[in-house]
Design a protein around this ligand. Structure first.
Ligand code: ZN
Length: 148
């Protein structure tokens, strides 16, 4: 099952996605999170849990865990890496950029730089069914930020 649906993706991107699926980052639960949100994608059976610990108005710490397809889990892991330590506003900005990327918007070079390794998921936009997988963790993040 691993790597399913990734057949046409560029091999470097594929490697980043599989690496994050195999070894998800920031998976350890937080000792005392300020907020915790779980999200489910019934179309694919993906589940993601996001915990946040605020430090002033930045994401001091984040835990992202769950299970499901490689796209949902690697997107979740990559998300944690990119938004950790960012201000809430910047985290939401990156969420909007990533959503735009998935919807086929043309991003500027600066915007792609802001996305970092999330660029690896850009090939997913060719597979509309999988876009929900890629965005699952991000909807959990947005909910979590709203509750902080
Ligand atoms: Zn999925």
């Amino acid at each position: 099952m691993q790597g399913q649906g990734l057949g046409d993706l560029d091999s470097l991107y594929r490697e980043i996605i599989l690496d994050h699926h195999r070894s998800p980052r920031n998976r350890e639960p937080l000792a005392s999170p300020d907020v915790e949100v779980e999200a489910v994608n019934p179309f694919c059976g993906d589940e993601v849990k996001v915990q946040l610990k605020a430090a002033d108005s930045t994401l001091g710490d984040i835990s992202v865990s769950g299970h499901g397809c490689s796209i949902s889990q690697s997107s979740a892991s990559l998300m944690g890496e990119v938004v950790k330590g960012k201000s809430f506003a910047d985290a939401l900005k990156i969420r909007r950029l990533f959503q735009g990327l998935m919807k086929g918007e043309e991003l500027t070079e600066d915007q792609m730089v802001a996305l970092g390794d999330l660029e690896a998921l850009q090939g997913v936009r060719k597979y509309p069914v999988r876009i929900k997988c890629a965005l699952l963790a991000w909807s959990a993040l947005e909910d979590a930020l709203k509750r902080l």
